[in-house]
Design a protein around this ligand. Sequence first.
Ligand code: FAD
Length: 390
Amino acid sequence: MSQALSTDVLIVGGGIAGLWLNARLRSQGFSTLLVEHETLGGGQSVKSQGIIHGGAKYALHGTLTGASEAIADMPRRWRQALAGTGELDLAGVRLLSEAHYLWSPGTLAGNLTSFFASKAVRGRVDQVKGDQLPAALQHPKFKGKVYRLAELVVDVPSLIGRLAELAGDGLLAADAIAPLREREQIAGLIVDGREIRAQRIVLSAGRGNADLLAALALSQPAQQLRPLHMVMVKGPSLKPLYAHCLGGGPKPRITVTSHPAEDGQWVWYLGGDLAEAAGVARDEPTQIAQARKELGQLLPWVDLSAAQWATLRVERAEPAQSGLTRPDNAFLSEQGPLLVGWPTKLALAPDFADRVLAALDRDGIRPTEQPPLPALPRPNIAVPAWQEAF
Ligand code: FAD
């Protein structure tokens, strides 16, 4: 029979939420064990665009209120961590861009008035021109206005790699999870037949939370899935671009981020409205044709003749939301020793960890002396979609 283990905090799910929390807990002296059944970051995290939002996008449609400071503070916290002076030492993680840009292809849309007045963007947005423009927009034919947002873009695969290092020996590749009950309370989990006891159990399994809750005979918190149909384009002529291109509506018409392929070329990863409902309804060739058309209209000088195209379907997992829920906070629900949540954004992983740490502190959960962990099977780090596709 497998050896029983014990730890302060047992975490299920090795995406950004679980890995960031794990590293924070370890930095505070807690013993932790994180269970992952596929690859680290392979859910949504490595498929994300890596933008560390400060809330500017929400200010566009007025859903970011003055009271919601959590997201507005994220770029500062990430910046410190990336400099090695913050809550985690992420000094070696690759930063793809110091800024994300907001780009209006025509005249300034009316809804930008309230945007520039909002607290989340005040003092953080500067118009850029000429040689300050992102390289891909520096062309005599470019018309429109471009604003620089103080939002970082991180290379998520390298981020996941660093967080896996910070996890030390506390990662476990395992699949089957069942509750371990003692005196009618959940005392831990049985993971691939191995009993793991913990003071607290955190489910941060992204879309996997729903199945885990069902396995624990729980129906709350409810989860919602939001499908997206992203487009990837790789080409020798592509220069890095990190920008929301504004359309008429509240959502960016297209959000472009650029990711390095192993052969040195750039892959543009296209989201925004293009990838939402209408894009989800399109099959792959039609979605690619739509993306070509959009890029042809917006950036006619970019030579896409040698470009390779692919699409990626992925679902965002979030707590089921009423129309009133603000999108700018992480979500955590507590049921005795079980904590369940979603960061709702990669950028909000620090906020997710704050919420768990606050719950532990309130309940008087402190680091305890634990025997060293034995050698455990270790999950691999996910390969990015743009590496698999081309
Ligand atoms: P995940 O990354 O999905 O990780 C969950 C992990 O749990 C997975 O590794 C999975 O294998 C594991 N798991 C599941 N079930 C089990 C089980 N039973 N046992 C063990 N392990 C299990 N946010 C931003 O802030 N900026 C962006 O630019 C951005 N862009 C995005 C673009 C796209 C296309 C998408 C889909 C999302 C984007 N997001 C962005 C949102 C962001 O990616 C997510 O909010 C975040 O990655 C969620 O992290 P997570 O750790 O909760 O989930």
